[in-house]
Design a protein around this ligand. Structure first.
Ligand code: HH2
Length: 284
């Protein structure tokens, strides 16, 4: 049982258990663990394996339901150096097995099929692909092998302020779902994510959060990661570490508009905000 956080798991939790979790009243909280030197808000803080494990334990103690571990900055705002697969594996190898053994479902944030395959072998439960199975031609096949779930995130190489961003996201999801179906990945293994801040202007990220309910028509769980992102600075100037208020505001609205999973660096304050919002909503 993945709700038993005290017992280590050696393999991915069953899909049925994950699917049941997604149906809970409040969204699941996915805590972010970046084992990178250059992530936009916490680069270098958890590159050391000891500090990474300590952070994973902290995320769990604060109430995270899932841990998303990544070893390559995706830096939606440009500038991140691409990381070869062997370097990604070198960063992950001393950390991933210990994080898996904490007992929470672990998501591997990678766009590389080789890294995903390695992480799945070690017990990762979710492949979080910020290119939605559309970048690495082997990714869908790797995900199809086994029973892990996958996050299909919308992305674009460049933002275009002239496009209808929701229509673009819907078309992207349709393409990813087609790729998934061809590879034999059932819809019950897919989580959709509009990719806040990825290939979008700040205004478009805000529009997506405002109209997130439109994406519920896919009938799949929605993940939203607005944590510390630049659109917050565009509304109310602040450095990444000082964007907690904006992150919480965005995540509360995402939850209200249908998000099943919230991806955040700040687990405890996010859970508190969701609980208070839920308590108030239940008395309307
Ligand atoms: N955002 C980031 C990275 N991975 N994955 C999903 N599914 N959704 C997101 O919104 C998302 C993501 C960017 O945040 P972070 O990991 O903190 O930064 P970096 O990519 O620089 O490591």
């Amino acid at each position: 049982m993945i709700t038993d956080k005290s017992s280590p798991v050696s393999e991915a939790p069953g899909r049925a258990a994950l699917t049941a979790l997604f149906r809970r009243a409040r969204p699941l909280i996915m805590g972010v663990l970046n084992v990178t030197p250059d992530s936009f808000s916490d680069g270098g803080k958890f590159l050391d394996p000891g500090q990474a494990l300590e952070q994973a334990r902290r995320l769990m103690a604060e109430g995270a339901d899932l841990i998303d571990i990544g070893a390559e900055s995706t830096r939606p705002y440009g500038g991140a150096a691409p990381v070869p697969a062997d370097e990604e594996l070198r960063r992950l190898a001393p950390v991933l097995p210990s994080v898996v053994s904490l007992g929470l479902p672990v998501s591997i944030d990678t766009m590389k099929a080789d890294v995903a395959a390695w992480a799945l072998d070690l017990g990762a439960a979710i492949v979080n692909d910020v290119w939605g199975l559309q970048r690495d031609p082997d990714m869908a096949r790797v995900v199809a092998t086994g029973s892990a779930m996958t996050v299909v995130m919308h992305n674009r190489t460049h933002a275009d302020p002239a496009i209808d961003i929701l229509a673009d996201i819907e078309a992207f999801f349709d393409r990813s779902l087609e790729i998934a179906a061809k590879a034999g990945i059932g819809r019950d293994r897919i989580i959709l994510d509009p990719g806040i801040g990825f290939g979008k202007t700040a205004e478009q990220s805000i529009a997506v959060l405002a109209r997130l309910d439109r994406l519920t028509s896919f009938g799949l769980p929605l993940l939203v990661g607005a944590s510390r992102k630049r659109f917050i600075d565009w509304v109310s100037p602040a450095e990444p570490q000082a964007r907690l208020g904006g992150s919480i505001a965005a995540h509360l609205i995402a939850a209200e508009n249908g998000a099943a999973i919230i991806r955040t660096h700040d687990v405890a304050p996010t859970i508190q905000a969701l609980r208070v919002a839920q308590a108030i909503r239940s008395r309307r």
